[in-house]
Write a protein that binds this ligand. Structure first.
Ligand code: MTE
Length: 330
């Protein structure tokens, strides 16, 4: 494929592994949003903070900071993903985490994310507001493994064995009030640490936020991952806890969650704020609904470090999870 110019993705920019028109479009789109909607200058390294000097140096191993986890299998009868599991090393080296930069190769920069003593505040229209630490979640809700297909709106796909717990368990423990209709999820953001080029305070709608309808959070597939591949999450994948909503585009899976709020109104979300006609709040995987600037009918399956070997496959409605979620959208 002509847009794959380099054989080794580890050290390449996102442009080398994503169809060039897709990559350029999304980047130009962000620039346009900043220059126009946000009223600020183009992306620029000038004025950016340096990454925290306390960031651990993992050498050339993006998995070196992870620990083995104890977990069980899921009770759900999940569909076979129909393709091989993405190699662990690849999932950890090919990321979207815009707080740490605008290309795929942010795993080193993400090591400045401070994950010690992490707390998640759960509040809003619920009868049991509480601040949890990661051990609280494990103790209360247990850990299980879910092998899910993963589909990014940029038309690349992976298959990842996440470890974590169903969102439904936190929903039940929170005791929502009848007025709670939506749930807002907020990622970690600290302008002294999140250091991506041009990510100056005010230039983009930080912090990264996502949202679900409360019925979507209650769905058996909606998941919080605290690990993957039997180990704690690497920082670049959203440690210590992230959303995984496998029937929606990957941007719905907010990383490094610090705040969960139950609301009556649909919350503002990061990409939907930047481009409401391009990134819908619902964002279900729907191959028949093209993104305004590119088709969603097919996806490139990232299953090796050699982009020229990636298969192009048809995208499935709800990413193949229709039997679990179609009722939500009847
Ligand atoms: N969460 C935060 N906080 N910041 C981000 O930039 N990117 C999203 C999502 N969650 C993003 C995020 C997008 S666009 C995708 S495709 C997935 O994370 C990528 O997850 P991965 O890097 O673990 O594959």
């Amino acid at each position: 494929m002509p847009f794959f110019r380099q054989p080794n993705i580890w050290d390449t920019a996102k442009a080398a592994v994503t169809p060039e028109h897709v990559f350029l479009n999304r980047r130009q789109f962000i620039r346009g949003s900043i220059a126009g909607g946000m009223g600020l200058a183009l992306l620029s390294l000038t004025g950016c903070q340096k990454a925290s000097s306390s960031a651990p140096d993992l050498g050339n191993d993006p998995l070196a900071g992870t620990q083995p986890l104890r977990f069980g299998a899921t009770d759900l009868n999940l569909p076979d993903p129909g393709r091989t599991t993405t190699p662990r090393d690849l999932t950890a080296r090919y990321n979207n985490f815009y707080e740490f930069g605008g290309n795929k190769n942010i795993w080193r920069a993400a090591q400045s994310l401070p994950t010690e003593n992490w707390q998640v505040r759960v509040h809003g229209l619920i009868d049991n507001p509480k601040t949890y630490d990661i051990d609280d979640f494990t103790r209360l809700f247990g850990l299980e493994e879910r092998l899910y297909r993963f589909r990014c709106v940029e038309a690349w796909a992976m298959t990842v064995p996440w470890v974590g717990f169903p969102m439904r368990k936190l929903l039940e423990a929170s005791d929502p009030q009848s007025s709670a209709k939506f749930v807002k999820f907020t990622s970690f953001y600290d302008e002294r640490i999140t250091t991506g080029p041009g990510w100056r305070p005010g230039s983009l709608p930080w912090p990264y936020q996502e949202g679900l309808r409360i019925e979507e959070m209650a769905n058996e597939l909606a998941f919080f991952a605290t690990g993957a591949y039997g180990h704690s999450l690497p920082k670049q994948n959203g440690a210590p806890i992230r959303m995984v909503v496998p029937w929606k585009y990957g941007f719905k899976g907010a990383k490094s969650i610090v705040d969960i709020e139950f609301t009556a109104e649909q919350p503002a979300t990061y990409w939907n704020t930047l481009g409401p006609t391009e990134y819908k709040f619902e964002a279900n995987v729907e191959p028949q609904v093209p993104h305004p600037r590119w088709s969603q009918a097919e996806e490139r399956v990232i299953d090796s470090g050699n982009p020229s070997s990636w298969n192009v496959e048809p995208t499935l409605l709800y990413n193949g999870y229709g039997e679990f979620v179609a009722d939500l959208y009847a």
